[in-house]
Design a protein around this ligand. Sequence first.
Ligand SMILES: CCCCCCCCCCCCCCCC(=O)SCCNC(=O)CCNC(=O)[C@H](O)C(C)(C)COP(=O)(O)OP(=O)(O)OC[C@H]1O[C@@H](n2cnc3c(N)ncnc32)[C@H](O)[C@@H]1OP(=O)(O)O
Length: 224
Amino acid sequence: MTVDAKPVAELPDPRDFGLSVVPEGEIPAELASLVDEVRSLVDTVAHTKAGSRELAAAREAVAAANDRLKGDRHDIGTMVQQVWPDGRVEYGTLTNVVSGPTNAAAPPLRMETAPEGGLRGEVVLNGTYQGPPGLVHGGWLAALLDQALGSAAGAEGMPGLTANLDVNYRNPTPLNAPLEITARVSGTERRKVFVSGEVRHNGQVTAEGTALMVRMNLPGDGGA
Ligand SMILES: CCCCCCCCCCCCCCCC(=O)SCCNC(=O)CCNC(=O)[C@H](O)C(C)(C)COP(=O)(O)OP(=O)(O)OC[C@H]1O[C@@H](n2cnc3c(N)ncnc32)[C@H](O)[C@@H]1OP(=O)(O)O
């Protein structure tokens, strides 16, 4: 395989594409804490056996909170700027459904550089992510892998979109248990970036995926 996809020397600044950017450090601690609470609330509501009075009272309280916060919103497409421990700057979507720090629907998944190369992250999926009884939904495992694989390409300076994703489910993936996600670039060809990754529980692979990411076509790179 030819290895001629070129990493972008400097990752594109989303502001140059008309997108708003929020530095991760400027997300209020109170918002992070609210997001955690809402994440837990979704799991609680999904499994509650509370009676009508409690349910009606909870609905009123949630509606009041919703009304209180509705007014002032970030634009769709707002990006979050994250600074890695090694000083590298990266951008992700603020409300990305897998990794967005302000999205209560996101587990969230956070990947870091792995000593063996590529990226590694840990995540616990609560009962909100259930498919078969007690097990993680396969679509969510695909989403976790898609995000991890895309991040691995981005971390190598080749951010892009998923053109193709293949997932094999090797073993059932439990809810409410620590999962390890790993991902790496396995090859490049022109703008094509080939990536692979795994989800593991207790060291055993439960799902593995490969993807083709097509690197962003940036002004000045001649479409190579
Ligand atoms: C603003 C700055 C912010 C930066 C921020 C960075 C964030 C970094 C972290 C992101 C982490 C995200 C992780 C989640 C990732 C998603 O969820 S992405 C969402 C799902 N994917 C999509 O919506 C993509 C939809 N598809 C498309 O937009 C277009 O088809 C694509 C994929 C961009 C490709 O279109 P294109 O750019 O016109 O490229 P094209 O010339 O058609 O193809 C290029 C090459 O790829 C091949 N190819 C294309 N599609 C396929 C395919 N399906 N199968 C096989 N080969 C294919 C072509 O044959 C061609 O090959 P060669 O001729 O070089 O041999």
